[in-house]
Design a protein around this ligand. Structure first.
Ligand SMILES: Cc1cc2nc3c(=O)[nH]c(=O)nc-3n(C[C@H](O)[C@H](O)[C@H](O)COP(=O)(O)O)c2cc1C
Length: 303
């Protein structure tokens, strides 16, 4: 599954759902994508929306299911459920900075502070499944504790197949510049993540020795970007058609009312930087009718 210089789409909660992944794969069919992060508690306890985070199209290619949690046994159980549901690999979130995850639940970025627990979770997940297991982490908790190399060593000792490194600390959240270090010699592939937006950024990461790159926010409003960076496609001539296709997939998947509300953020991202985009966004945020929304999109993009 993993090939050298692989391009990944990053897990993005609230964004990398089934319709969005379908859009990305229209431009880059074989690219490796992640789900949004899935709570081991919600999954194992059978929350109604949670397996939906892993819902996929029958023809969907490689997909990594990302789980988060601090309970060793529940994490292993969640991994098994996702393996049975068709995940190509399991990813363990060890970088999420939000307080609900990292401080109140002892999961996500907290595991960068508790390598013993991180090791136990990795070991039990690896043992529970037959598919590869990866981790996604950051440089460390804060500037004084940039101990990612220690965590990667724990990962290697526990059978992790590859890791992704976001070049910020937990304290930085998403602020400031991502600052990836030179990749040291490691027994597993290391994927570069953070502020990678174009071909120069990709080349820069490969120049630092990384084995792959992971693109997150550069995907917003540009589902073609992985295809463009991988050399599979160019930016589409008519973005309006892409926007309408995305909306149709969301309407089909979420139903009219939810889809229209959820699509507002995508409409904003698609229109970023275009003339009159602020007016367009204000208009779209007030619309709750499918045909009115589609007319506004056609008018804005002239399609
Ligand atoms: C809205 C949003 C949601 C995110 N959701 C997740 C998530 O579910 N799991 C995860 O590991 N990281 C998540 N991240 C972090 C990204 O995967 C990525 O590490 C980060 O955005 C840096 O990469 P970028 O500069 O390419 O965006 C999220 C980031 C954003 C902005």
């Amino acid at each position: 599954m993993f090939i050298d210089k692989q391009i990944f789409g990053a897990p993005l909660a609230g964004i990398t759902d089934k319709p969005f992944r379908k859009m990305v794969r229209m431009f880059a069919p074989s690219v490796l994508l992640y789900t949004e992060m899935i709570s081991c508690h919600s999954l194992v306890e059978g929350h109604k929306n949670c397996l939906r985070n892993f819902d996929r199209y029958d023809d969907e290619g490689n997909i990594g299911a990302q789980i988060f949690g601090a309970d060793v046994n529940l994490m292993a159980e969640a991994a098994k459920i996702l393996q049975d549901a068709g995940a190509a690999w399991i990813d363990i979130n060890m970088g999420c900075p939000v307080p609900k995850v990292a401080t109140r639940s002892g999961a996500g970025a907290h595991l960068m502070r508790d390598h013993k627990l991180a090791g136990k979770i990795m070991g039990s997940v690896v043992k529970a499944v037959d598919i590869p297991v990866s981790i996604k982490t950051r440089l460390g908790w804060d500037e004084e504790h940039k101990n990612w190399q220690d965590l990667i060593r724990v990962a290697i000792d526990n059978g992790i197949s590859f890791a992704a490194l976001h070049g910020r600390t937990r304290a930085q959240l998403y602020l400031g510049q991502s600052n990836l270090p030179q990749k040291p010699d490691l027994k597993i592939p290391l994927i570069a993540n953070g502020d990678i937006k174009n071909k120069d950024d990709v080349q820069y990461a490969f120049g630092l020795g990384y084995d792959g790159v992971m693109i997150g926010r550069a995907l917003l409003g540009k589902p073609w970007i992985l295809g463009e960076l991988g050399g599979f496609c160019k930016k589409p001539d008519n973005v309006g058609t892409v926007v309408l296709q995305h909306l149709d997939l969301m309407l089909e998947y979420y139903g009219n009312k939810n889809a229209i509300q959820m699509f507002r953020k995508h409409a904003a991202w698609y229109s970023t930087g275009m003339p009159n985009s602020a007016e367009f966004r204000i208009k779209v945020n007030q619309m709750d009718n499918e045909s009115v929304l589609k007319s506004a999109i056609r008018e804005f993009w002239g399609c």
